[in-house]
Design a protein. Structure first.
Length: 94
């Protein structure tokens, strides 16, 4: 969903491709009284060929390396607030 907003920078790891539906709803079958969950909203795959990259998911713009993620995010935020650093970062992004 974040890719729908201009200027969004996605930082972290790939999504693994395991979330095709959202807003799970619980239902109780009337006769058996068994409770089930089902997705209420389907997320359409933006790929032109219609293939959802299961097991790969969607790649972030910037990968977080092993270590302290908070520290890495703080460095990225500091770079984005410095125009000369942000220009270099923008050039490296897809």
């Amino acid at each position: 969903m974040a890719r729908h907003f201009a200027g969004t920078l996605i930082v972290g790891e790939n999504t693994e491709g395991t979330m095709k539906v959202g807003e799970l709803r619980s239902y109780r079958l009337p006769e058996s009284r068994i409770a089930i969950s089902a997705g209420h909203r389907v997320h359409e795959d933006p790929n032109v060929d219609g293939i959802f990259p299961e097991g790969l998911g969607y790649q972030p713009d910037l990968w977080l390396l092993t270590g302290e993620p908070e520290e890495q995010i703080e460095r990225i935020a500091a770079c984005l607030s410095d125009s000369s650093c942000a220009e270099g970062l923008d050039a490296a992004l897809p």
